[in-house]
Design a protein around this ligand. Structure first.
Ligand code: MN
Length: 249
């Protein structure tokens, strides 16, 4: 019997269905409910919230350990939409564990987080998980206990719909954080391809250090970062100011 009843947990990512990160997340999710993996057939990192609207999508079986798993020729958001439709009922969407952090401005282009956003738009709770990734080896042994405890903590907070979780490689605790917003030096490296054509690598560099209380600072300090997010991008304070200024004219 599961602690939180028989919840249906759709697990997706943006690194592709065969990423070691999605297997680690599915294994953790299995402690909390019925798990189905529905994920992109190839890597879709940095695709943000793109939705496929001009070609058909297919949902085909995939082999991911003992899990009920499917691969989709689409984006992370597509996987949530199509996956929820095919499964019929979904309670939760977990996305990740991304191969690389999704703190600060990377939330804008993260496909991992977009899948969680899409879940919330469809009326489910969405949680995105990311961890650092260097080299070809991935080892989740040090963060695995934290994955379980963070899921448990978040599930108990039913009013939180959209959550972004980032793990350091060796966690020593958990912090609730806000998004780090920094400005970037738009570094672009021009180079030549083997045929002599000019091309570019985009490699922006942050101009400011991470502020206290932010997701980035927490991970830099060795803490798991949990950031509650919302879909409403409106600057409510600015809106109020403009409205009261207009009313005073
Ligand atoms: Mn990714």
């Amino acid at each position: 019997m599961h602690l939180f009843g028989l919840m249906r947990i759709l697990v997706t990512n943006d690194d592709g269905v065969y990423s070691p990160g999605i297997l680690a997340l599915a294994e953790a999710a299995a402690h909390f409910g019925d798990v189905r993996i529905v994920a992109p057939d190839v890597e879709q990192s940095s695709m943000s919230h793109a939705v496929t609207a001009t070609r058909p999508l297919r949902v085909r079986p995939a082999r991911v350990a003992e899990f009920d798993a499917f691969r989709v020729n689409g984006t992370p958001s597509d996987c949530v939409g199509v996956g929820a439709h095919v499964w019929g009922k979904v309670d939760l969407v977990f996305s990740g564990i991304n191969l690389g952090l999704n703190v600060g401005s990377s939330m804008w282009h993260s496909g991992t987080l977009a899948a969680a956003k899409q879940a919330v738009l469809l009326g489910h709770r969405g949680i995105a998980f990311s961890a650092p990734h260097e080299g070809d080896e991935v080892n989740y042994a040090s963060i695995r206990p934290f994955v379980d405890s963070v899921i448990k903590e978040i599930l108990a907070m039913k009013e939180l719909c959209l959550i972004n979780v980032n793990f350091p490689m060796q966690p020593r605790g958990v912090r609730w954080t806000r998004q780090s917003v920094r400005h970037y030096d738009n570094r672009v490296f021009p180079t030549k391809d083997p045929l002599g054509r000019e091309h570019f690598w985009i490699s922006p560099v942050a101009l400011e250090a991470a502020d206290e209380g932010t997701d980035r600072r927490a991970v830099e300090d060795g803490f798991v970062s949990i950031t509650p997010l919302r879909l409403d991008l409106t600057d409510h304070a600015a809106l109020e100011r403009v409205r009261s200024d207009l009313a005073a004219e």
